[in-house]
Ligand binder design. Sequence first.
Ligand SMILES: NC(=O)c1ccc[n+]([C@@H]2O[C@H](COP(=O)([O-])OP(=O)(O)OC[C@H]3O[C@@H](n4cnc5c(N)ncnc54)[C@H](OP(=O)(O)O)[C@@H]3O)[C@@H](O)[C@H]2O)c1
Length: 336
Amino acid sequence: MNPDVRIAVVGATGVVGREIAGLLAERGVSAEKVTLLASERSEGAELEYGNETLEVEPARSDGFRGIQVALFAVPPDVARGLAPAAQAAGAWAVDVSATFRSDPSVPLVLPGLERKGAVRPSKGRIVACPSATTTGLALALEPLWRFGLEEVQVTALVGSSSAGGRGISELERQTADLLTGRELEPAVFPHRLAFNLLPQVGAFEGAEAAEERAVGLELRRLWEGRGREVAVGATAVQVPTFYGELLTITAQLSSRPSVEAVQEALKASSALKLLDDPAARVYPMPMLVTGDVAVHVGRVRHQGARGVSLVACLDNALRGAAYNAVEVGQALSSAP
Ligand SMILES: NC(=O)c1ccc[n+]([C@@H]2O[C@H](COP(=O)([O-])OP(=O)(O)OC[C@H]3O[C@@H](n4cnc5c(N)ncnc54)[C@H](OP(=O)(O)O)[C@@H]3O)[C@@H](O)[C@H]2O)c1
């Protein structure tokens, strides 16, 4: 990261914001260059930053003067209000919410993708990053393009932290309540999540829920210009785990590579870690991926005549959001 750049983390008290601050500290960005912002509720709260403690300030639209890069990890309506204010103050605004992902005037960037890895400066100064599900899926599929990727079906098993701090608290409370014979009304999830599975992530619009619709739309944008339309079908399930997301993926290919050739291709990607020895009980799991920026892949096998299936697992808050924001911010910190 350019050491002269001043960086704001907007949503610093949240699940993703804390990961962003952790990555900045790890990369040696000094505390004097970092401003931690959140809602008025968190004003004055103290957060650890490396070996230091920083005070959280309230995010206001007139608060971006002197900031060159603002990394947004806030609810969509908050990003819609504040990212343009950061842009107007001359900062690059990198947003991990759904707000700008389908806006054609805002680039959608996923660090680690071969073709769109580099940030292309656009007219505006807002850059969007894809959802955690799209991040895991796009990175896991990238090595399969060489085998003629034609169609993809994915089931995303999404932990409660995908719904932020409130999602984690609701699952904690529900679990404890049920074990002591009580049951509270759900507030964050549409039904009780503890000891249950919900085939709904986000609001329904027609037959698809928001998370499912977003995957197809975001992949289309990320894969623009590849000269091939790939059909994508997604099902998202909210599962009663806290951290990590697991994807079961089946890809239809125009060729039939051996399982070993697919494994080699996955292994060669610096964004992925291959864990594939089922007989020795080695495969991707949320408990292994927490804290890792690599997407874990494994369980590679043939599925029908031209199908290959695999399992991918990622740390949704870290690799699915924070790492993307920090990598994009780093690339932009040296842009004019
Ligand atoms: N969690 C994931 O795995 C994940 C993955 C990809 C993308 N995302 C996206 O990342 C964003 C943040 O998610 P999260 O999981 O970190 O949520 P979270 O844990 O609920 O954190 C939300 C953050 O936004 C702040 N905030 C809320 N209202 C605000 C306001 N009016 N002004 C300024 N700050 C405000 C909160 O501050 P207070 O603490 O003061 O309320 C908190 O710091 C969301 O858009 C989400 O869709 C999340």
